[in-house]
Design a protein around this ligand. Structure first.
Ligand code: SF4
Ligand code: SF4
Ligand code: FES
Length: 734
């Protein structure tokens, strides 16, 4: 511990502490601009200058480390005059357009000027003019005149993202922040620079001129766009959700958000949202009353009997709603046919001790198994990027390589049988790393049944191994903990769909899932949804699966309900209601309660503990044919598919067109150039896609993004041979 005196008060702080933090611990406020708790000390703005005895000049509190016997003064005349001067210089060329600036009311420059600034400026010269309202990226607008060159944005880009997409351009009074070669700042984390900017230089396009801070109501909640569960503040103006900002949960997101989470909120106000229940009459869905809709659902459930009812979904519910759904299914209806899974993910039955996001910070080795966290769990990927920068080895097993040349990549797999399966590669890695006493963190998409079994062997070989399963539904962990997996004798999702297709199921109840896009066997799911005599779909939107529904039950969005859920670590994440649901829509829990009541069950009684689920069942994906040639592999993308992302207008500029990525040699062999349009055929299915090439895709693969409504990849059989036929240009043009 180091002893020092600040403003006459003695204190002891650990060695290495910054003077700024030592002062803040004593409750002494030192104003700052460039300092940020999640960025390295920098010392650019000079706002934090303090007197330190024996130092010839004032020192920056944000970069000076305490030393034994140090005497610091933060409140002298010289310090006050210096702060005033720093502000005067910052404002010398400032446009003073606070009345029309989005940041007005929550601007650090405004606040510190009120507190420490001079009453009037001494500058009489004409102001230096710079660019205003310049497009900076798909979501960001830059006002160069407001920038105080604190470089928080630049440092975030370098230190946290490691991208180097923005930097200081020009010299002297012409210095400005810009993107290299004027390219749009299109990293999937771009919105964080708006949170970081202490002034109104960087503003969010979707939030510009929408509200003033004093008009906002805010709640502390969590982003529910993926299984990471980033802490966030949700802001609404007059009951309209207008903004989502990062909040600092050190164990989870450390203040950062990805752009899917930050700008995906527009779905809640989408005009396409369902606002009234619908029943099928005369072959068509028509709006009806809640009374009639629920009566009809109850009647269908009663008539079917427990063995002919199946429920799919639950990974988008709160933990409390998942428990209610389990109660409705298992106790009230008496069915064991419940399954939260509606995509490729197997159950998340943990074979290894549950990993945490913080394990990635201390991992001796990170193994990514068939999963690209940059796309599916972006804020988790920020920790992987940090680990790479620390020199932690990362091994990727999957059809494409995310982290570029120089890191281990085992392009296996079930797609390319000649190379061996992912599980075989994983077994080899286990033998290589055996005896490792530092944690090895495995990040898995939970899709390969053989990997599921191999992970059990990791547990015996390596007690330090930790597993993180990136959920394909945000609350996959909570739904499984609530028991939303088939019970003993219960049917899994593929079995339920097969039963529906064979006429053995009377009622299929889909809760917040859209298997018509997400389930790997598109033909089976379509047949099942068409044949089942009574299909109930409970969702925000009329999804592809809802086209054959007999009852459509709209629900409140996650920003309109309160509860909690569990992220991929199983960590409790709070959910707070920001706005009321349109037309007073009930939340999912409200519908379950009402169904339980009408079916004669009790909801006030404590909910029984869920029964342990049956062992994971692998989906019956077809074995790849042995033929030579290209095989199809699919990947989840940040902005592709998903129940809500497609309904968020702010994300439309970055929504991907469907494409197929080939290794450059594969493209050259087929005489295909990037941008060329091809028809990809797989059995009877055809998709029209544009060609991209990347050396980070395994040769022999045709990589297709998942869950795009205009190119449903579940018409393709994973690993199956595909043919690519160029589409003549005239056929592409409208
Ligand atoms: S744009 Fe904002 S965060 Fe970036 S240097 Fe300027 S003031 Fe700082
Ligand atoms: S990483 Fe996931 S939880 Fe976090 S902001 Fe992005 S979508 Fe939301
Ligand atoms: S906060 Fe210390 S120099 Fe900017």
């Amino acid at each position: 511990m180091i002893n020092l005196t600040i403003d006459g008060r003695q204190t002891s702080v650990p060695e290495g502490t910054l003077v700024l933090h030592a002062a803040r611990e004593l409750g002494i406020d030192i104003p700052t601009f460039c300092h940020h708790a999640r960025l390295l000390p920098f010392g650019a703005c000079r706002m934090c200058l303090v007197e330190i005895e024996k130092a010839p000049k004032l020192q920056t509190a944000c970069t000076t480390v305490v030393s034994e016997g140090m005497v610091v003064r933060t409140d002298t005349e010289q310090v006050r005059l210096t702060r005033q001067s720093v502000l005067e210089f910052l404002l010398a060329n400032h446009p003073l357009d606070c009345p029309v600036c989005d940041k007005g009311g929550e601007c650090e420059l405004q606040d510190l000027t009120h507190r420490w600034g001079a009453p009037a400026s001494q500058f009489r010269e004409a102001k230096n003019r710079k660019g205003k309202a310049l497009p900076f990226g798909p979501f960001i607008v830059m006002d160069e005149e407001r920038c105080i060159l604190c470089q928080r944005c630049v440092r975030f880009d370098q230190e946290v993202l490691g991208e180097g997409g923005i930097g200081l351009m020009g010299r002297g009074f012409r210095t400005r922040v810009g993107t290299f070669q004027g390219r749009p700042y299109d990293t999937p984390f771009s919105g964080n620079v708006v949170d970081l900017c202490p002034v109104g230089a960087l503003t969010s396009r979707p939030y510009r001129f929408r509200a003033r801070p004093w008009d906002l109501t805010s709640v502390a909640s969590t982003c529910l766009h993926c299984s990471v569960g980033c802490a966030a503040r949700l802001d609404a103006r007059e009951n309209h959700w207008v903004r989502l900002r990062g909040a600092d949960d050190p164990a989870v997101n450390q203040g950062w958000l990805c752009d899917r989470g930050r700008y995906g909120f527009g779905f809640a106000a989408s005009p396409e949202r369902l606002t009234a229940p619908q029943l099928r009459r005369g072959g068509k869905l028509a709006a009806t009353s809640w009374e009639e809709a629920l009566d009809r659902v109850v009647q269908a459930l009663r008539e079917a009997g427990p063995d002919r009812v199946g429920i799919i979904g639950g990974g988008r519910l709160t933990d409390q709603e998942a428990a209610l759904l389990h109660h409705l299914g298992r106790q009230v209806l008496g069915t064991a046919h419940l399954d939260r899974r509606a995509g490729r993910q197997l159950t998340a039955t943990p074979h290894l001790a549950g990993g945490t996001l913080e394990d990635l910070d201390r991992a001796a080795h990170i193994v990514l198994i068939g999963c690209d966290p940059e796309e599916t769990a972006p804020v988790l990927a920020l920790r992987v990027r940090q680990a790479l920068r620390r020199g932690t080895p990362v091994t990727e097993l999957g059809p494409w390589q995310t982290y570029g040349p120089g890191h281990a990549w085992i392009p296996p797999s079930r797609w390319l049988p000649a190379v061996g399966s992912t599980a075989t590669a994983l077994a080899g890695l286990r033998e290589e790393l055996a005896g490792q006493d530092q944690p090895v963190v495995l990040v898995w998409s939970g899709e390969d049944a053989a990997v599921h079994d191999e992970l059990a062997r990791w547990r015996q070989a390596m007690p330090g191994a930790r597993l993180l399963i990136v959920g394909d539904q945000p609350n996959a962990r909570g739904a499984e903990a609530a028991g939303l997996l088939p019970g003993s004798g219960g049917r899994s999702t593929p079995e339920l769909l097969a039963a529906a297709a064979a006429g053995d199921l009377q009622v299929l109840y889909l809760v917040g899932v859209n298997p018509a896009l997400s389930f790997p066997d598109g033909a089976l799911v379509r047949e099942a949804l068409e044949k089942v005599p009574f299909l109930v779909v409970q969702d925000l939107f009329a999804t592809e699966s809802a086209r054959s529904a007999h009852a459509l039950l709209p629900v409140a969005a996650w920003s309109e309900k309160t509860g909690s859920w569990s992220n991929l670590e199983g960590r409790h994440r709070p959910l707070a209601a920001l706005t009321p649901a349109p037309e007073n829509l009930p939340d999912d829990g409200g519908i379950f309660r009402e169904l339980i009541r009408r079916l004669g069950g009790e909801v006030s009684a404590p909910l029984p503990a869920p029964a342990p689920p049956a062992a994971a069942a692998a989906y019956p994906l077809s074995t790849p044919p042995a033929a030579e040639g290209l095989r199809v592999a699919t990947v989840e993308l940040t902005y592709s598919g998903g129940g809500t992302v497609l309904h968020a207008p702010a994300l439309s500029p970055v929504l991907p067109e469907a494409w197929v990525t080939l290794h450059p040699e594969e493209a050259a062999r087929r005489d295909l150039a990037p941008g060329q349009v091809v028809e990809l055929s797989c059995g009877d299915s055809r998709l029209t896609l544009s060609v991209r090439t990347s050396a980070q895709v395994a040769p022999g693969l045709a990589l297709v993004p998942r869950r795009l409504p205009h190119s449903p990849d579940n018409l393709l059989t994973e690993g199956a041979a595909v043919a690519l036929t160029p589409v003549p240009r005239k056929e592409v043009l409208p």
